[in-house]
Design a protein around this ligand. Structure first.
Ligand code: ADP
Ligand code: MG
Length: 347
């Protein structure tokens, strides 16, 4: 049971002619045993943030804390031990599994790596012995609801959903306290997505995992998350408890994502589909002021008086606040100058 905290995290890619800040001063907190959903369109920086948490991309600034221990700052054995507590599952289970290793071999390898880590830390060796390694593989298969004989199969002999179950089992071999799940259902058929989401919910509850659940699909995120963070061009633009975010979204971008889910299409603020279909700005050169102003349905495009959006970066406010949104007009979503259909104008 572990709280994951991200403070002021910045990841900048500098290769190529133009640099790009994929994650820009992000603050997030996932309390012990809870699921924080992270949603945003493709290219908003979700995967880069996830990779930063597990050390797969270099971090330019900021901290990642696990119960107060800095994962990026700690050294040597302490860092390895802390890192092991954070495991990641990726979108493409086929790409992340070795095609020539059976399921049993892949899981056995993960169990062995984990028991080596334990020995280094002076814990008992039981899990590392050959015989009990087999039973540990069986335990992992059982956790993800796969029959024992799946241990003999190769990845290509599995369906997409089964492969994703194996990928989850492999992550669990390290007995993590935190699981980072990045688009784990996005490559699956719709009919299989629900089963994997239910498995994740079940495992999270049974093992008391702290989970960062990432998807571009808000309908998927809301199904598993206690709270939701919305990301846009490298920034978190809104964070709130799931019900609160769904019932009282404050940021116009969050409202666009919600309006695109049919059953949430409350009084539409905009043509969500058109807004989300439009190309987002070039991430190498994000707009000044509020990054969303070039698409925002309540910003200067709709109300030329709202010039503050062109010049001032909205502060997302104190990270501790329960519901925060980085919008100058979060509390005034209506646009005074927007053309209204009056009685007279109706045919
Ligand atoms: P998401 O997961 O939300 O779709 P990503 O984190 O994959 O977004 O990407 C965020 C931005 O960073 C994108 O503009 C992407 O092109 C860029 N990016 C991602 N990885 C790299 C990399 N290794 N080098 C350069 N740019 C990258
Ligand atoms: Mg991604």
């Amino acid at each position: 049971m572990t709280t994951l905290e991200v403070r002021d995290l910045t990841v900048r890619f500098t290769a190529g002619k133009r640099g790009l800040t994929a994650v820009d001063a992000v603050d997030l907190r996932v309390p012990t045993g809870e699921v924080l959903g992270l949603v945003g369109e493709s290219g908003s920086g979700k995967s880069t943030l996830a990779k930063a948490l597990v050390g797969l991309v270099p971090v330019m600034a900021g901290r990642v804390l696990l119960d107060g221990v800095d994962l990026l700052g700690a050294r040597g054995a302490r860092r390895r031990a802390a890192r092991r507590h954070v495991q990641m599952v990726f979108q493409d289970p086929y790409g992340s599994l070795n095609p020539r290793m059976t399921v049993g071999e892949a899981l056995g390898e993960a169990v062995r790596a984990n028991s080596r880590g334990r020995r280094r830390r002076g814990a008992n060796r039981v899990a590392g012995r050959g015989g009990s390694r087999g039973s540990e593989v069986q335990r992992l298969l059982d956790l993800v609801a796969l029959d024992p004989d799946y241990a003999r199969r190769l990845p290509r002999e599995l369906s997409g959903g089964q492969r994703q179950r194996v990928a989850i089992a492999r992550a669990l071999a390290a007995e993590p306290q935190v699981l980072v799940a990045d688009e784990i259902t996005s490559a699956l058929d719709a009919s299989v997505q629900g089963a994997i989401l239910n498995l994740l919910r079940d495992l999270q509850a049974r093992l008391g995992l702290t989970v960062l659940f990432i998807s571009h699909n808000l309908a998927v995120v809301r199904y598993v998350s206690d709270s939701i963070a919305v990301m846009y061009l490298g920034r978190i633009v809104e964070v709130a408890a799931t019900d609160e975010l769904l019932d009282r979204p404050q940021h116009p971008y969050t409202r666009a994502l919600l309006d695109a889910i049919p059953q949430f299409g409350a009084p539409p603020l905009m043509d969500a589909a058109a807004l989300l279909d439009a190309e987002p700005p070039d991430p190498h050169d994000p707009p000044p002021g509020c990054r969303f102003h070039t698409r925002c349905p309540i910003g200067p495009l709709a109300d030329p008086g709202r010039t503050i959006c062109l010049t001032d970066d909205p502060d997302s406010g104190a990270a501790g606040r329960l519901h925060r949104a980085a919008c100058h007009f979060a509390d005034r979503p209506a646009v005074d100058h927007a053309p209204r259909r009056t009685k007279e104008a109706l045919p």
